[in-house]
Design a protein around this ligand. Sequence first.
Ligand code: ITT
Length: 203
Amino acid sequence: MDLLLATRNPGKLHEIELLLAGTGIRVRSVSEFSHIPEIEEDGDTFEANARKKAQTVADLSGLPTLADDSGLQVKELRGLPGVRSSRYAGESASDADNTRKLLAAMEHIPFPRRRAAFCCVMALCRPRGECHLFHGHLEGIILEKQRGSGGFGYDPVFLVAEYGKTLAELGTDIKNRISHRGQALRQVVDFLRCLPPATFAVK
Ligand code: ITT
């Protein structure tokens, strides 16, 4: 089957393509469709934003569409950056800008209180049809300095205690095995495998 990915984030796209390799699902990118605009993410929850992105892009393209809305939640910052993770330091902020702002906001927070979690909600929608939501969650600790050069976003400051490494040090294979995105996407693949053939096929 063909599945359109409603993301313009190259880091997410790379991870999702690797996770779907060998599943028989052919991934298409929203950048192939020049008439589809950037979707405004104005929801208060990952669920609302994921559903809006997937449903809007599915309706405009006529293809079954998968969207990922994800972000970092820091307990001591009352869940921030949360749904604003990609825009934490401003509307056109880079990953480096966002990470710098996060480290500054947490400057005086000692280690035992630097707990955080990545959350991912994936929405799978049919054009003018139903949507299904899938969730993933990864816990970690925010370091005081960046470590590693892999991944994207906040990966260089997100320590996974079990490995003693940041997500940027672990590499994509291990990250995909444990990450919020990997967890959600494996549920999407299981869901698609259990459907009657052609339920989500291109019409
Ligand atoms: P699309 O909406 O086009 O998919 P986006 O980057 O705007 O791209 P989100 O609104 O879902 O997507 O924001 C996700 C942000 O959360 C992302 O830009 C990172 O800052 C952060 N994030 C999510 N998953 C991450 C991961 O696996 N590693 C590091 N940072 C991550």
